[in-house]
Every structure is written in structure tokens, then in C-alpha cells.
Design a protein around this ligand. Structure first.
Ligand SMILES: *[C@@H]1O[C@H](CO)[C@@H](O)[C@H](O)[C@H]1NC(C)=O
Ligand SMILES: *[C@@H]1O[C@H](CO)[C@@H](O)[C@H](O)[C@H]1NC(C)=O
Ligand SMILES: *[C@@H]1O[C@H](CO)[C@@H](O)[C@H](O)[C@H]1NC(C)=O
Ligand SMILES: *[C@@H]1O[C@H](CO)[C@@H](O)[C@H](O)[C@H]1NC(C)=O
Ligand SMILES: *[C@@H]1O[C@H](CO)[C@@H](O)[C@H](O)[C@H]1NC(C)=O
Ligand SMILES: *[C@@H]1O[C@H](CO)[C@@H](O)[C@H](O)[C@H]1NC(C)=O
Ligand SMILES: *[C@@H]1O[C@H](CO)[C@@H](O)[C@H](O)[C@H]1NC(C)=O
Ligand SMILES: [Fe+2]
Length: 502
């Protein structure tokens, strides 16, 4: 195999740097179980915690956050004015009553540029006796344009006529898109929630000074609460009697307030998870998610907030939702397909990503950490992407500690239907050690490392061939890695098939 000589080369790299590379793989699977000395459940911050309280007056901006547009020259600023209401006789605020203005510039004073955005309120309504309705504060989104790459900008947001402007915040733009231009550190987290363990994850993340944060689904877990504010660690077992899967929307505001010190300085890119579904009146779903965050959907040609793409320097990110249709006839698939070429695609999403030469796929949802070898269609493949699960942000649901390959833990295939795929999508393995079975009987060969601990990851693209991935566990010192790998691409061996063909 051609790999052998590469292995020798990379062995030298390994001995110098001490950090393994994917060229050293495939690696033997390792499982690290939950350290049983950890105290039980992750506990949510209560609504009395000062970090989740409303501290602004009147229509002063709160819950300020930044998100990227598709390119470096544009950034979204989002904020909320006015308080939410929850209960019986709620009366939605009129979003037109408060302007959406951002003043910004490279000097703190004067802020010479101005962007005007749009505003909205959303409601979470339950037409069932005994359930309380919610209406949000006024949510504002404004897009700053004409920004220079890698540059510090100061900004204030709010309504200058009231006057109700925020204090001055600052952020740094991404480097220009190009092969030798990368942000230094991108933090990747999933399934954050808002527990004391979440705060530990976020503290560790801040300690690594990221330039950008990616949140791969499951934000505040408002759907672990009834509308009266009573929460549970496991919704389905505690509240099976209610007529709809309730939520307690103020948890979203708590999350926005808690995160503001991070999100007002560092752009955050969010993609939806199952906890954002939040079904309500008229079967509406994902309303809080779609209303509260700004997404570069229009800028990236996506018709929805559920999938979009953007560049951070020379890195192209494709954010895909796992909770809306992603089969071949779905709009999301077609959008991804049209990003580069109309004719060349055949099979499912994974084929698409493989053919684009995607190197890493980050997932949330499973509440643990796992990193795979390069794999494609469950087979080890030096040109397949590395799959990394970072669902270990610290939310109050249980840490994932069982594995489907342990005795008695393999689920019945018929219990795993996927409604968003348009039906049933689980199949038995067709080849390899688990051929003909639904689960492996040991940690699969494609899995390198899995551990049941809370933490976050930092992704650092060094150059066109080398990206360093580091996973940090909450229980470790701030700078000591729990798992680390150089993801190395071999462009001559693994040319993306799409750009070849099209
Ligand atoms: C979660 O945080 C608590 C402290 O608030 C700590 O005792 C516990 O060990 C943490 N759990 C894990 C799995 O890190
Ligand atoms: C909440 O809103 C729904 C839909 O408008 C309505 O049917 C229901 O009566 C409202 N509930 C309360 C408690 O006001
Ligand atoms: C909320 O409703 C649940 C279920 O009806 C009830 O058990 C609980 O006591 C209520 N909590 C409050 C704070 O009213
Ligand atoms: C909502 O969904 C339910 C069950 O899926 C369906 O019976 C109902 O007709 C839907 N209602 C609306 C307004 O679409
Ligand atoms: C794809 O999913 C959509 C929505 O769930 C469904 O209507 C459609 O029949 C599915 N198509 C295929 C080919 O499975
Ligand atoms: C799939 O695997 C399960 C065991 O994991 C087995 O019971 C079932 O018969 C298999 N189904 C098919 C169609 O081979
Ligand atoms: C890319 O970065 C890696 C890690 O820093 C380094 O070992 C390698 O020599 C670099 N390659 C090029 C072509 O600069
Ligand atoms: Fe989750």
C-alpha cells in the first residue's frame, strides 16, 4: 500500500512533534468510560443565578451576539430589546417600536459606520388548557458590511433615538478567504445546555481564546421544562402526560444572557439539533432557533435557517441539519449539490461530502466525545473524512456511557426510525466484522477514541495540508489536551472528485 512510505515520513513528524497524524492511522480503538468519581447529574443554572438575570433597563440591548456572513467582509449582530412575557394574557411587543441600528468602526470613537437591520418577535403558543404562552422581547438582526479582513472593529447596537444604545463591544473579522489564510483557533462544541458543567466547558473554551465558535446543535434545552418552569433531567419519562412536548422559553433568554460575554466578542455559528424542534401551535417548529440567531442563509444561497455555508479564511464550513429532510429529494440535499456542481451527484449525503473531499465532519447529539479514523461508508478509507462527535458540552441530560457494541446494548433496528429522512434509515452492515448484523460486538474499527467526559474542541488549520484537532476535557488543566490529532490531507491521492468532473 502507498501508505507505508507515507507512514515512515509521518513517523519522523510524530517523533518531532509528539502529536500523531491521521497518516499514522488507522489507529486501534480505545474506549475511556465515565470516571465514576464524578458527582451525578449536570445541574441547570437556576433562574436566580445572576448570570441569567435581566440586568438592562427599558429597551436597552441584551443577549448581544455575533455571527459570520459567508465572507470576511460582513458580520451579523443580533440583540434583544424589551422583556419577554409568559403566562395567560400576553401581548406581543410591536417590533417596529424599537429601531435596529449598529454603529461601528475601526476606532472606538467616533463609530463612523452605520448598519440598519430588521426586528421581529416570536411566540411559542400552546392551545391546551393549563399551558402558558410565551412572547419574546424584540429580536434585532443587523448585517455590517464593507469590513476589512483580520481587523478589529468596535460597535454599539440599539436604538439611538430613544436613546438606548449598548456599551461598546469589539470583535475581529476573519482573515480573507484564500489557501494560506486561516483563523488561529475555532472552538467546536455541542449539546451545551446551561448547567454548571456548561459553564465549566465555556470557561475552558474562553481559556483557549477562539476566533470563532461552532455550536453543532442542542443549544439551551428549554424543552426539558414545562411551561410553568418545572424542569426534568429526562423529559420523556417525567412529563409523559402533557398534550404536547412543552418548553420553557425563558431558558433561551437565560442562555443568551449567560453567553453574551462570549458571543458579543466572538462570532458563533449555530446549527439546529433535536432540542430546537420545539413544536407548538399549528405544528410550527424551530421557531426560537430560527428567530434568535442570524444565519448567512441568503448569502450562501440557502432557502432556510437549517443549512448554510460560510468561509472562515481558507476554510469552507458547510452546516447541515440532521433534523430536517436530508434525503435525495430534499431541498437541503439539492442545495448542497448545487453548491459546486449540478450533474455529478448520485447517492446520499455522505457520498456528496466524500466527493467534495470533506476532511472532517463534526457532530453533536450523542453526549460524549468520539473521534474516528478516516472512514467512508463505515470502511476505513484514507480519503474519507474524520468524524468527530463533540456532544459533550455539559447539558443536564445524561452523559452517554453505554455503547451499542456492548453486550445487550444493541438497539432493535425497528426502534430507530428517522422521520426527517422520510422513514426508516437503519441498515445492517453489509461487510466487515459486523456484516449481517446491526451492531458491532466491540468498538468498531473506524472508531479511534471515545470517552464519556464533558469538554470542547479546538480546530486549528495550519496550512493547506495540516489541521490540528485538540479535545479539552473539563476535568483537565486549561491547556492539557484530552485527545489530539493532526488531520492531514493528501491532495495528490485524494483529489475531490467533484472539481475533477465539473
Ligand atoms: C459537573 O459539574 C460538577 C460541579 O458543578 C462536578 O462535580 C461534576 O464532576 C461535573 N461532571 C462531569 C462529568 O464533569
Ligand atoms: C395560548 O395561545 C393559544 C393559541 O392562540 C390559545 O389557544 C390559548 O388559549 C393561549 N393560552 C393561554 C393560557 O392564554
Ligand atoms: C408545574 O406543573 C407540574 C405538572 O402539572 C406540577 O407537577 C408542578 O408542581 C408545577 N410547578 C409549578 C411551579 O407550578
Ligand atoms: C399537526 O400535526 C398533526 C399530527 O401530525 C395533524 O393531525 C394536524 O392536522 C396538524 N395540524 C396542522 C394545523 O397542520
Ligand atoms: C424524502 O423526504 C421527504 C420528507 O420527509 C418525503 O416526502 C420524500 O418522500 C422522501 N423521498 C425519498 C426518495 O425518500
Ligand atoms: C440485522 O441484524 C440483526 C442483529 O443485529 C438481526 O437480528 C436481523 O435479522 C438482521 N436483519 C437482516 C435483514 O439481516
Ligand atoms: C503544514 O503544517 C505542518 C504542521 O505545522 C508542518 O509540519 C508542515 O511542514 C506544513 N506543511 C507545509 C507545506 O507548509
Ligand atoms: Fe443533545
Amino acid at each position: 500500500m502507498g501508505l507505508v512510505s507515507v507512514l515512515l515520513v509521518s513517523f519522523c513528524v510524530l517523533s518531532v512533534l509528539g502529536i500523531p497524524t491521521t497518516l499514522d492511522g488507522p489507529f486501534k480503538p480505545v474506549t475511556v468510560p465515565l470516571d465514576q468519581t464524578f458527582r451525578g447529574h449536570a445541574v441547570d443554572l437556576p433562574d436566580t443565578d445572576p448570570r441569567v438575570r435581566r440586568i438592562v433597563q427599558g429597551f436597552e440591548p441584551e443577549q448581544i451576539s455575533l455571527s459570520l456572513s459567508t465572507t470576511h467582509d460582513s458580520v451579523w449582530v443580533s440583540w434583544i430589546t424589551g422583556d419577554f412575557q409568559i403566562g395567560e394574557s400576553i401581548k406581543p411587543l410591536n417590533p417596529k417600536t424599537v429601531a435596529s441600528v449598529v454603529r461601528y468602526g475601526r476606532l472606538r470613537f467616533p463609530l463612523i459606520h452605520k448598519a440598519t437591520g430588521h426586528s421581529l418577535v416570536y411566540n411559542q403558543l400552546y392551545p391546551f388548557v393549563g399551558l402558558q404562552n410565551y412572547t419574546s422581547g424584540i429580536i434585532h438582526h443587523a448585517r455590517l458590511t464593507g469590513l476589512k479582513p483580520n481587523t478589529l472593529y468596535y460597535y454599539q447596537c440599539g436604538d439611538p433615538s430613544m436613546p438606548a444604545m449598548s456599551s461598546t463591544y469589539y470583535f475581529k473579522t476573519m482573515p480573507a478567504s484564500g489557501p494560506k489564510s486561516y483563523p488561529s483557533r475555532i472552538a467546536i462544541v455541542g449539546d451545551l445546555g446551561l448547567t454548571y458543567n456548561t459553564t465549566s466547558t465555556v470557561d475552558h473554551m474562553i481559556g483557549n481564546s477562539p476566533d470563532l465558535v461552532l455550536l453543532v446543535g442542542d443549544v439551551c434545552y428549554a424543552n426539558l421544562y414545562l411551561t410553568n418552569g418545572t424542569g426534568a433531567d429526562c423529559y420523556s419519562c417525567s412529563f409523559s402526560q402533557t398534550p404536547i412536548h412543552e418548553t420553557y422559553q425563558p431558558r433561551w433568554d437565560y442562555w443568551g444572557r449567560y453567553m453574551q460575554p462570549v458571543t458579543s466578542k466572538i462570532p458563533i455559528m449555530v446549527v439546529e439539533g433535536n432540542h430546537e424542534i420545539e413544536r407548538q401551535v399549528e405544528n410550527q417548529t424551530f421557531v426560537a432557533y430560527s428567530s434568535r440567531f442570524a444565519f448567512p442563509s441568503r448569502e450562501s444561497g440557502s432557502p432556510s435557517t437549517f443549512y448554510y455555508s460560510f468561509n472562515a479564511g481558507g476554510i469552507h464550513f458547510i452546516m447541515l441539519g440532521g433534523y430536517i429532510a436530508y434525503n435525495k429529494s430534499a431541498r437541503q440535499y439539492k442545495w448542497l449539490d448545487e453548491r459546486s456542481c449540478q450533474e455529478c451527484m448520485r447517492v446520499a449525503m455522505e457520498d456528496l461530502l466524500y466527493q467534495y473531499g470533506v476532511d472532517v465532519i463534526f457532530n453533536g447529539h450523542v453526549h460524549a466525545y468520539e473521534r474516528s479514523n478516516r472512514v467512508y461508508n463505515y470502511k476505513l478509507d484514507p480519503c474519507g473524512p474524520v468524524h468527530i462527535t463533540v456532544g459533550d458540552g455539559g447539558n443536564r441530560e445524561k452523559m452517554a456511557i453505554a455503547h451499542a457494541d456492548e453486550p445487550g446494548k444493541c438497539p432493535d433496528p425497528s426502534t430507530t426510525p428517522d422521520e426527517y429522512m422520510g422513514g426508516f434509515c437503519a441498515f445492517n452492515f453489509t461487510s466487515g466484522p459486523a456484516a449481517g448484523k446491526f451492531c458491532w460486538d466491540r468498538q468498531p474499527d473506524y472508531s479511534v477514541y471515545r470517552e464519556s467526559s464533558f469538554g470542547h474542541g479546538i480546530f486549528e488549520v495550519k496550512n493547506e495540508t495540516h489541521a490540528l484537532w485538540t479535545w479539552h476535557r473539563n476535568q483537565d488543566m486549561y491547556n492539557s489536551p484530552g485527545d489530539q490529532i493532526y488531520i492531514v490531507r493528501q491532495p495528490e491521492m485524494c483529489e475531490p472528485k467533484v472539481s475533477q468532473k465539473c
